[in-house]
Design a protein around this ligand. Sequence first.
Ligand code: PA5
Length: 446
Amino acid sequence: MSIKLNDKYVSSFIRAHEYEYIQPQVTMADQKLRSKTGPGKDFLGWVHLPEEYDKEEFARIQKAAKKIQGSCDVLIVIGIGGSYLGARAVIEYLKSPLYNTLKKDTPDIYFAGNCISADSLNELLAICEGKDICVNVISKSGTTTEPAIAFRVFRALLEKKYGKAGAKDRIFVTTDKARGTLKKFATEEGYETFVVPDDVGGRFSVLSAVGLLSIAVAGIDIEQLMAGAAAASHAYSDPDLNKNDCYRYAAIRNILYRKGKVTEVLASYEPFSAMFHEWWKQLYGESEGKDGKGIYPASVIFSTDLHSLGQFIQDGNRNLFETVVDIADTGSSYEIPMDPDNIDGLNFLSGKDLNLVKKTAMQGTILAHVDGGVPNILIEVSEKNEFVLGELLYFFELSCAISGYLNSVNPFDQPGVESYKKNMFALLGKPGYEDLKAELEERLKN
Ligand code: PA5
């Protein structure tokens, strides 16, 4: 595997026998997952997805991606939560957070419908002026308000620009195979559709059509991404904590959680990981944070955040642990130049690669944080490419499911997400919510 868990920097916080003691619980969590008998058992489609995906649809995704590449300057990807974070994370990680401003032969990709902001929508509309546009709208339920509003706006824009028939050729819908308003609408209008599998929840869906279409449009090799995930699914099939780094990560998290380490900070030294962290935060936050339990998932990009949150991590409330993702070879290097005048006193670094400075900063930071009482889990990733990212995505998905079972929650539902929607609908006057509207308005008044 291209991923290695290094638990050296948690060893002063966890005694050897604790792994032994938690092993039976990990084995049981694994059995629940593999035999599909645990909570949320109807949402385990992602476990075998890297191999058992719909090959015909996969070919259609690749074909549609080519068509989009050839027919537009801008692809607007509409979706929220699990319906957008995975694709954006993969594109920014493998291409760049500055993907849209780079010189390239693939379309710009913008994400819409993931907030309720007139500023953001107006900005995107301005960007689209004079450009050829395609749209991929993604919603499993087909009823989520944020993407529904954005789709209404961009569909109207496309129909105005290209006519109804022309727009039809530029709109790609990813939704449930049979149910929901979006599916019904897509069928009526004759849009090309892709499926969010019934048994795959939003935050576990990056390796389905949900993520793959826009990822392929960005020119990323989705076959390699799937192959990496498939390799991980084989590598992490033995529940033995001494042989399974993915399960060991879940076990360490759980052991630390029970010692009061209730916040996990995912750290990386590469800005291209920022959206990957957002994907990870949704995955763990929505899967584990329920029934009054769960580890709060936070994230930092170092060394940037060593100059902001670094103080807190070093010296603040000791209720946290860190998980550091260290990518050995990102494919980039930069030699620090020599300055004959050495006015800045930096010549002791001349000739050294920036990667060495980064590595040293990481090592120094880990030791300082461990000394400060913060356990550090180190995830060593060999290189940055599609295959290895596929492994990493699967590593975190599987570990998250085992973590959820270790903490006796259903990792595959998200009942809490509904609460705000209900209140928002009621306050906005959606038919059917009249009583709740009156009750909430009364509370707001008081
Ligand atoms: O992970 C999840 O299930 C959620 O984040 C959903 O993806 C999100 O709420 C969007 O839902 P939908 O795809 O139904 O529009």
